[in-house]
Design a protein around this ligand. Structure first.
Ligand code: IPM
Ligand code: MN
Length: 356
């Protein structure tokens, strides 16, 4: 099969980790006689430096007209003080919005080999951690009205958190459908004891809960969820929540897996077009040092094959290869422990490639 992939390497460690994912995809293409065509587009700080905007109109068009998008990471201290309208993150939000990527899947899985890299005690990890965070990605406070102004001589700023019923329903369906293919439980996370947007969220989730009778359902308040993730992570299967809660909780959950460097994500639209990226940032402090962990990006490429290209065997191959390399004791710096074999970003990519 021939597939066109738009590649957004971005800033910091973005280019290094994406190169390793492409190395792995190259091996998959060879093994299964696929043709992957890569179209490179600048995004984030590097695009600001070149064009004065974090993504150009042509770049955005390229993202819309392909089979899927693979992203590294954007941003860095160099662009912290640029005008908010052209910040690197702005481009990421624009791509999510323009491509209609409303469903962000963040699987949080502890590879058993990394149990000692997780800060949680073995007694809490128990039989393992395997949950799926389903984050709403194109609504809520990220896309509400913003205002910075002055009132009676005093500065103020506000950000609106607004949800339409249809936005809640469609992300809810993604969660319930995912739960059916997993352990059959949905935990819907909100702040319905305070926020109107959460009360609407809960009402719609309850309706879906009645429709999906075979799926167990619970409401959990967001603050309590933050606690439960540490206290009893195995109670969760699918966690569905609004945009900002999902952003925060997924960083927290990533630590259960030992390192944020391990976590992939998929951002899906109503069709097959999706964007795939590790959940971590651009880590400018280690950029160019070959220290980054490429596994989150490599596992994101596996999600791309599974969700956008319907290539389940190919995706399994990548995931099994990652597993095998961890089994053999290879570790990047972030997951390094005594007695393991420390490797850099490039070598990790090569090891995974060779296992396929
Ligand atoms: C993420 C990131 C982004 C977000 C930033 C870079 C805008 O933190 O993908 O989780 O907040 O969504
Ligand atoms: Mn985040």
């Amino acid at each position: 099969m021939k597939k066109v992939i738009t590649v957004l390497k971005g800033d910091g460690i973005g280019p290094e980790i994406v190169d390793e994912a492409i190395k792995v995809l190259g091996r998959i293409a060879e093994k299964y006689s696929h043709e992957f065509v890569y179209k490179y587009v600048d995004i984030g700080g590097c695009a600001i430096d070149k064009y004065g905007v974090p993504i150009t109109d042509e770049g955005m068009e390229q993202c819309k007209n392909c089979d899927s998008v693979l992203l590294g990471a954007v941003g860095g201290p160099k662009w912290d003080n640029v005008d908010p309208s052209v910040r690197p993150e702005k481009a990421l939000l624009a791509v999510r919005h323009e491509l209609g990527l409303f469903a962000n899947l963040r699987p949080t899985k502890l590879f058993p080999q990394l149990a000692d890299a997780s800060p949680l005690k073995q007694s809490i990890i128990g039989n393992g951690i395997d949950l799926l965070i389903v984050r709403e990605l194109t609504g809520g406070i990220y896309f509400g009205k913003r205002n910075t102004a002055e009132e009676n001589g005093e500065a103020f700023a506000s950000d609106e958190m607004k949800y339409y019923a249809h936005e809640i329903e469609r992300i809810g369906r993604v969660a319930f459908e995912s739960a059916k293919k997993r352990r059959g439980k949905v935990s819907s996370v909100d702040k319905a004891n305070v926020l109107d947007s959460s009360r609407l969220w809960r009402k719609i989730m309850h309706k879906l809960g009645e429709e999906y009778k075979d799926v167990e359902y619970e409401d959990v308040l967001v603050d309590n969820t933050a606690m439960q993730l540490i206290k009893n992570p195995s109670r969760f299967d699918v966690v569905v929540t609004e945009n900002m809660f999902g952003d925060i909780l997924s960083d927290e959950a990533s630590m259960l897996t030992g390192s944020i460097g391990m976590m992939p994500s998929a951002s899906l639209s109503e069709g097959t077009l999706g964007m795939y990226e590790p959940i971590h940032g651009s880590a400018p402090d280690i950029a160019g040092t070959d220290m980054a962990n490429p596994l989150g990006t490599i596992l994101s490429a596996a999600m791309m094959l599974r969700y956008s290209f319907d290539m389940a065997n190919e995706a399994d191959d990548i995931e099994n290869a990652v597993n095998a390399v961890l089994d053999e004791g290879y570790r990047t710096a972030d997951i390094m422990r005594d007695g393991m074999k420390k490797v850099g970003c490039r070598e990790m990519g090569t090891l995974v490639t060779e296992k396929i």
